[in-house]
Design a protein around this ligand. Structure first.
Ligand SMILES: [Zn+2]
Length: 480
């Protein structure tokens, strides 16, 4: 039985993939035809059979964006609470002392995930890696969204504890970590075995310094045995960098190399504080060369880090060293186009030059580099045989006017405002901001209620029992 074919005629601009050069190219006024399994035709006139036809004037067809690092769970609930906070002794990082105080109620997990998925899809994401704790609604909600999703259930053996707002301690519980590891593997297996072909699993030890060397090695072996990627946070903060230096004498990258797990299967979030970063003291270039040699991917998430005054130095430098750098949104606002814009700006600031990185480089990162990280050649590109995952951008949107170079207008100006529709497996999963498979508005209502629980638990979770207003003063004084 033939599958229904959908044709979009004379698309004004297609960001197509040139299979010969391996690069994205503009293709003007061409047809695209696809069914639910693959793209059948790109450019020129399509003369084959079809079931549905529409016109593509005023549209740019953009390859589906690939977000290789994001967190659902409590992250969407953290919005606006600790954005001005940090621990000075831990290089200003808020994660250890403040973010750990955010607690999500069991009932809010599905809503939190729904909000994240909705925001990501509406910014053109068609594939994502969600690093979170396993829960019953996780895989069903990922499937319902219609996006291509990788469940990356986190596990670790140590938790963070900040004593008196200055010292970071690690509280180890090896049996609990092992139990979480087994539960995570069961979840990865369930995702891989799921009847939805859009679902996959990734082995995800949470952080390089919260897992023992044995666990990291076993996790890497478990990923290899299953033929799935592995991801973990490494070189993400100076506190972690200093902890590993004092524990092992090595940087995170060199430590992972010494364990024999630095390879092309590995995705490192966020790999900022490598030996050549200006905040560290090594002044060597060993890490960069190792990352490139081993084919390891860096999941770059500039929005959350730049919000804390931290910056990767620089994407241009990593790319020139041939390191595969993909893009993730990490936490809120879960806006992939905003993330790409920030990546470009931060890289030009860190690289001290407009020449550090081009607009096309950022698109490559959010598509081809992400696909490479996931070991796939069938996503992140518009070419015959690839998955029909793409967005239609409204070239006539006021924020896109006037159009000289549509990709630049999208990334530098319009962002998600101009995203008209998003397709995965040839099926429209979002149109004019409306999501086909998710109740976004309902989830927002649940989140409003859930935030009362979260803010109510903050003082109780604080080792020093500080009040919410003491921990997170409002950004403006309240006039009475
Ligand atoms: Zn992360």
């Amino acid at each position: 039985m033939t599958k229904p074919v959908h044709v979009i005629r004379k698309v004004e601009t297609i960001v197509a993939h040139d299979d010969q050069t391996g690069a994205h190219v503009y293709l003007f006024d061409g047809d695209i035809a696809f069914d639910e399994t693959a793209i059948l035709h790109v450019g020129g006139r399509y003369d084959g059979p079809f079931h549905r036809e529409e016109h593509g004037s005023g549209r740019m067809l953009l390859p589906g964006l690939i977000n290789i690092h994001c967190h659902s769970d409590e992250e969407p609930l953290s919005k606006g609470i600790f954005d001005d906070m940090g621990t000075a002794a831990l290089w200003g990082q808020a994660m250890y002392e403040y973010s750990t105080l955010i607690e999500i109620s069991e009932e809010a997990r599905e809503a939190s995930l729904t909000v994240m998925l909705g925001d990501l899809i509406r910014s053109g994401v068609t594939t994502l890696v969600d690093i979170a704790g396993p829960h019953d609604a996780w895989l069903p909600t990922l499937v319902k969204s219609g996006a291509r999703a990788y469940a990356a259930p986190g596990f670790r053996e140590a938790s963070w504890h900040v004593e008196d707002s200055h010292r970071l301690d690690y509280r180890w519980d090896l049996p609990r970590g092992r139990e979480a590891f087994q539960k995570a593997l069961a979840c990865v297996d369930a995702a891989e075995a799921h009847p939805s072909s859009r679902l996959g699993g990734i082995v995800s030890p949470s952080q390089v310094e919260t897992c023992s060397p044995d666990l990291l090695i076993e996790a890497a072996a478990a990923a290899k045995g299953r033929g799935v990627p592995i991801t973990l946070h490494a070189a993400q903060t100076m506190a972690e960098h200093e902890e590993l230096l004092s524990r092992t004498g090595m940087t995170a990258v060199q430590y992972l190399e010494s364990l024999g797990i630095l390879d092309e299967r590995l995705i490192l979030g966020h790999c900022i504080f490598i030996d050549s970063h200006s905040w560290t003291r090594e002044r060597t270039e060993t890490d960069m060369a190792l990352l490139a040699q081993r084919g390891t991917t860096v999941a770059h998430c500039p929005v959350t880090f730049s919000r804390s005054g931290m910056i990767l130095e620089s994407i241009g430098r990593y790319r020139r060293a041939c390191v595969n750098v993909g893009i993730g949104t990490d936490s809120y606002p879960y806006n992939m186009l905003e993330e790409m814009r920030r990546a470009l700006i931060c890289s030009r600031i860190a690289g001290k030059s407009v020449f550090d990185i081009k607009t096309s480089d950022v698109l490559d990162m959010a598509t081809l580099a992400g696909a490479k990280a996931l070991g796939r050649k069938d996503i992140g590109r518009i070419t015959v045989g690839a998955k029909p995952d793409f967005s239609l951008i409204d070239l006539n949107h006021p924020a896109m006017q006037p159009v000289y170079d549509p990709l630049r207008n999208l990334l530098h100006c319009a962002a998600e405002r101009a995203v008209k529709a998003v397709y995965v497996d040839g099926r429209c999963i979002a149109s004019d901001g409306k999501l086909a498979g998710l109740d976004y508005d309902g989830a927002v209502q649940v989140m409003r209620e859930a935030s009362k629980f979260t803010t109510g638990r903050i003082a109780a979770n604080d080792p020093r029992s500080r009040s919410l207003s003491e921990l997170a003063p409002l950004s403006l004084p309240v006039k009475t």
